[in-house]
Design a protein around this ligand. Structure first.
Ligand code: NAP
Length: 516
């Protein structure tokens, strides 16, 4: 089966009234369903009647989006067993059939595009374009993996031997626990879970407690596409209870995690312990935080650099692992860039995601407090040029905030804040700017603005990060075009959306047959 070449899903053009209308209708339709009670899903069975927790709309904190069950320890065990029962069947499904199922799911998700985006607007406070991009990325994962299933099914050649023939093939691992964050509530769970499933594994997914409803839409799409029961099981509950149990479970073969550095490091350690009954070393991918720098050199197109720095820093309220939370500018243009940047940031309006403001709320009360605490730290460490206060409204709104003249060693230049706060740093020259860019424990994304080919070459060689962008923003990675993952404490660099990703979910097997 030869599929047409992979192409990224186009973004919705919200300058067209028809699309705006469709989005408003989808939001109204989802509002009609708010407060729904989600089940635990094990082996295709819906289990209800458990104690629940609420996911709330961060734009309007009194609005309950969904009630999700707290999966019990017994249910987590059952989910792992259901996934093992489904494994031999799913593993043997021919690659062409698996690929066709993924393509069917892509088509179903396209049809539910506005609805999926509407859930994200209401559940995690994404504005329309951000929510639409999240859906497009999820569709891309389905399309991209469909092609990867077929490619990996071919195996690899081995060196010929005079008396033997050898086959190098890939086998799935078994049951994979998938633990995503809330900030890409469709694209990240789908990227990790579909990577596992495409490789022939079965999955137990623990959705983020801030975005359980969006995760259900993923399950529905896969079920409708024909994914066999038990291949994808969903067990909501808190990370420290359900997540921990899955990570420590002796019958879980692999953990695919995306989230904070703190939780990722704990998972890496816990998964390394071999527990009674466990007959493998667990594999872990852990994609974690960032403290990404946008570097602007004096020879850059400053207008373009400033626009990109604003989008990188404040897109989705700075709540992207790839966010450009440090702006590093060389001395000759520091004052000019700073002035233009602050002017643009001041113009960003803050308000409900539903009304499509450029800047919406941060995700929850805890994030709101943490970000405001960092703002207070920033007031000691830098020169506050705009923002620095909560913004008005009934949600978790914070004014887009800029601190200037920040020292590279300052906490707000070193620690991931995950909110609408950017630290601006002055560099003596381009080399110093790269030194500053590399001076945190993270290494996820980075952007460099320069027109000088030697500087571009230097940045390519020395800027130590997983995804480096020259003369463009440091957010908005596209599946296939910008395979994504970071260095250092940003994680295991599994490069989701790239040609090596499925390897993490596979084990190569070599069979050699002597024929003479
Ligand atoms: P988080 O607090 O680390 O949570 C991530 C997931 O881990 C959630 O499902 C959470 O469950 C679960 N969890 C919490 N404690 C756990 C434990 N002890 N054992 C097992 N699982 C546990 O991160 P977040 O706030 O959701 O997401 C934001 C972070 O993700 C940022 O640091 C961001 O940079 C990072 N991120 C990285 C990438 C990347 O590709 N590198 C992409 C996106 C986001 P609960 O929801 O129930 O707490």
């Amino acid at each position: 089966m030869a599929l047409p070449e992979f192409r990224n899903e186009p973004f919705t053009d919200f300058s067209l009234e028809a699309n705006r209308q469709a989005m408003r209708q989808a939001i109204a339709a989802v509002e009609g369903k708010l407060g729904l009670e989600l089940p635990v899903v094990i082996g295709g069975q819906r289990i209800r009647g458990l104690e629940t927790f609420e996911s709330r709309n961060p734009s309007n904190k009194h609005e309950v989006v969904a009630r999700a069950p707290k999966a019990t320890s017994e249910l987590v065990d059952r989910a792992v067993e259901a996934a093992w029962r489904a494994f031999p069947g799913w593993k043997r499904v021919p690659p062409e059939v698996k690929a066709a199922l993924f393509l069917r799911a892509a088509e179903l998700l396209r049809r539910r595009k506005f609805e999926a985006a509407a859930w994200m607007v209401l559940e995690v406070g994404k504005n329309w374009a951000e929510a639409d991009a999240d859906v497009a990325e999820a569709v891309d994962h389905l399309e991209y993996f469909a092609r990867e299933i077929l490619r990996y099914a071919e195996g690899r050649p081995t060196v010929p031997h005079p008396q033997e023939v050898s086959y190098y093939t890939y086998e799935p691992l078994g049951v994979v626990a998938v633990i995503p964050p809330w900030n890409f509530p469709l694209a990240i769970p789908m990227g990790m879970a579909l990577g596992a499933i495409a490789a022939g594994n079965t999955v137990v997914l623990k959705p983020s407690s801030d975005a359980p409803a969006t995760a259900y839409l993923f399950l529905e799409v896969m079920e409708e596409a024909g994914l066999p029961a038990g291949t994808l099981n969903v067990v909501p509950g808190s990370g420290s209870v359900v997540g921990d149990q899955l990570v420590q479970h002796p019958r879980v073969r692999m953990v695919a995690f995306t989230g904070s550095r703190e939780v990722g490091c704990r998972i890496y350690q816990e998964a390394a312990k071999v527990r009674p009954g466990q007959v493998w070393l667990k594999r872990v991918i852990a994609e974690m935080g960032g403290k990404n720098a946008v570097v602007v050199a004096e020879d850059a197109d400053l207008e373009e650099a400033v626009s990109a720095a604003v989008v990188s820093g404040y897109g989705y309220q700075g709540q992207k692992c790839s966010a450009g939370s440090r702006l590093v500018v060389t001395e000759p243009v520091y004052a000019r860039v700073l002035e233009a940047f602050v002017e643009r940031v001041r113009a960003l309006a803050v308000g409900p995601a539903k009304d499509n403001y450029p800047v919406g709320p941060v995700i929850n009360e805890r994030a709101y407090r943490t970000v405001l605490q960092y703002v207070e730290v920033g007031k000691q460490e830098g020169r506050l040029l705009c923002g620095g206060e909560p913004a008005e409204g009934d949600g978790y709104y914070i004014q887009p905030t800029v601190f200037a003249d920040v020292d590279a060693a300052a906490r707000i230049a070193q620690e991931e804040i995950f909110g609408p706060v950017v630290a601006v740093l002055r560099a003596r020259d381009f080399d110093h700017a790269l030194q500053i860019a590399n001076s945190t424990e993270y290494g996820l994304t980075g952007a460099v603005f320069t027109r000088d080919p030697e500087r571009i070459a230097k940045a390519r060689a020395e800027f130590h990060c997983g995804n480096l962008y020259i003369n463009r923003k440091c957010t908005g990675a596209l599946v296939g075009v910008h395979p994504f993952g970071g260095f250092k404490m940003s994680g295991t660099d599994a490069k989701v959306g790239g040609p090596d990703y499925l390897l993490y979910f596979l084990q190569p097997k070599v069979t050699s047959i002597k024929f003479r």
